[in-house]
Design a protein. Structure first.
Length: 97
């Protein structure tokens, strides 16, 4: 998620050309697209990923979030325009209870 990640200085070296080439103007979701297609593949094997749902790729350093989830809520969960939790993740959590 674009608002829920960070990295150490130097971790993104070599991506300047990709940054400049990316289509940013008038493209809703361009930040998410850039993170998914450029940043994530570059850093995923050098990352610690907190995943309370268990939806991460195999072989990555994945750990539970250090705060206990209450019910079906989780840090970073998505909400729709009516402020309801995204049903995809809510259903996945319900099935894994």
């Amino acid at each position: 998620m674009a608002g829920m990640w960070g990295c150490k200085s130097g971790a993104l070296q070599g991506l300047q050309k990709d940054w400049l080439a990316h289509q940013w103007r008038n493209n809703y979701g361009a930040d998410q697209d850039f993170l998914a297609k450029i940043i994530y593949p570059h850093i995923k094997h050098k990352s610690l990923i907190h995943d309370a749902i268990g939806m991460s790729e195999q072989g990555l350093d994945v750990r539970l979030f250090p705060v206990i989830r209450e019910g079906l809520d989780f840090v970073g969960q998505c909400f729709d325009a009516q402020d309801n939790p995204n049903s995809y993740y809510e259903e996945t959590l319900f099935q894994r209870r």
